[in-house]
Design a protein around this ligand. Structure first.
Ligand SMILES: *Cc1c(COP(=O)(O)O)cnc(C)c1O
Length: 413
């Protein structure tokens, strides 16, 4: 591959997704490689939020639950996410946070498989996923045990007839390693286990086919590749065959079959609505909606194709321009096994990342030694990749990262 800036410009000029960049608010000069942590704002969000707070909230007040479609938001937004994850519109709902949704679906899955005690996951899973299992087993479990695998390829070995649930994150948050969803789901089902997929780093980054894989449950995040805004509510998928039988413990009134009957006893909805809990965060959902609308015009296969090219270009450039500075690829080299991020290990990963951020190349650090770079094809181009690596190379060559101010750790890394 020829590596120079002209070549990168050429690739940007014929990029079919190039037109979307202007739809995101990104200040000039900023190379934002952290959309896998918090996506940027869609340009229409300001106006939409303004209308929501002035017209819908300030002026119309309570009427807006009906007149502005607030009440339907969890299902309406879920329907927008559905095609990105291979689900039908009625099988996805936007609600609560990913952590809380994990609790709900894990509890539901455990209850559907009462004779079994083992929950299989990965030690390198995002900690909240593991914490939710711990918390659930401590409070509601009956001797449930977490069986953690240390290498992604060990999943098959860990699944036997004692396993109630296999809970995995499809794309690893640190390395970007992708699990084979269809294969693992099939193995789990053959062993009589249910599967919970966490799609936090998958949704909007690569095609996902939950129905095709016959997945049981999935949860996912909307503030990463879906650009929903800080703390935007998460989503839940439940296979249609389970929607009338899966019981979740947070039986709030929005999960009731008739919330406005104000019945003193709980009767779960016979639809995906039973995975709702309480009143939805309308303001957050209002910001999320225009960010989701963009996906009507985007082909997820084109996103994946460009994501693979951006990541390959980044790896090739880093290995060429930064050789000899102790960087080690922490992501799979095979793009078929990698999500939309590239991670490198470095002894001084934190300081190097701080130095990059100070020069407007924003990625993030994941303890103990990972520099993580996310490539969101909607707004990242090949010139961005080229310039980011030029900056990284300069920081390493000049030892700029050794400056004292880059050694101080903030609360959020
Ligand atoms: C980002 C992420 C979460 C976030 O959970 P919150 O409840 O939104 O804080 C959960 N799981 C994984 C795998 C993630 O990457």
């Amino acid at each position: 591959m020829q590596i120079n800036r002209d070549n990168a410009e050429e690739r940007d000029s014929c990029d079919p997704l190039g037109e979307f960049r202007d739809e995101f608010v990104l200040r000039p000069g900023l190379i934002y490689l952290d959309g896998n942590s918090l996506g940027p704002m869609h340009v229409s969000v300001r106006e939409r939020m303004q209308a929501c707070i002035e017209d819908e909230w300030a002026n119309d007040l309570i009427a807006s639950w009906n007149t502005a479609g607030w009440y339907d938001m969890p299902l309406r937004l879920g329907a927008r996410i559905a095609p990105l994850i291979g689900a039908d519109a009625n099988d996805v709902v936007v609600t609560d946070s990913t952590s809380i949704n994990l609790f709900k679906v894990l509890a539901a899955a455990i209850r559907l498989n009462p004779g079994r005690k083992v929950i299989v996951s990965e030690r390198s899973n995002f900690p909240t996923d593991l914490y939710m299992v711990e918390g659930l087993s401590a409070f509601a479990g009956k001797g449930h045990e977490l069986r953690l695998i240390d290498r992604p390829e060990d999943v098959a070995q860990a699944i036997d007839d004692s396993v109630a649930v296999v809970m995995l994150t499809h794309v690893n948050y640190r390395t970007g390693r992708v699990h084979d969803m269809a294969d693992i789901t099939r193995m789990a089902h053959e062993a009589g286990a249910l599967v919970v997929w966490d799609l936090a780093h998958s949704t909007g980054a690569l095609p996902v086919d939950l129905a095709g894989a016959d997945a049981d449950f999935a949860v996912g995040c909307t503030y990463k590749y879906l650009n929903g805004g800080p703390g935007a509510p998460a989503f839940v998928y439940v296979a249609p065959r389970l929607q009338t039988v899966a019981e979740q413990p947070l039986s709030g009134w929005f999960g009731h079959s008739r919330p406005f009957a104000f019945d003193p006893s709980f009767e779960p909805a016979k639809t995906i609505h039973r995975f709702l809990t309480g009143t939805p965060p309308v303001l957050s959902m209002t910001a999320l909606e225009p960010a989701l609308a963009i996906w009507d015009r985007v082909d997820i296969a084109a996103i994946r194709a460009k994501s693979v090219e951006l990541c390959e270009y980044f790896i090739a450039l880093v290995e060429q321009e930064c050789a000899g500075f102790g960087l080690e690829l922490a992501s799979p080299r095979d793009s078929a096994r990698r999500g939309s991020q590239v991670s490198f290990r470095h002894e001084n990963a934190y300081a190097v990342m701080q130095a990059l951020i100070s020069r407007d190349v924003v990625g993030d650090f994941r303890a103990p030694d990972i520099m993580r770079f996310g490539f969101a094809p909607l707004y990242i181009g090949f010139v961005d990749v080229f310039d980011a690596v030029a900056t990284l190379s300069d920081i390493l060559q000049s030892n700029a990262w050794r400056d004292d101010r880059f050694q101080v750790r903030s609360a959020v890394t």
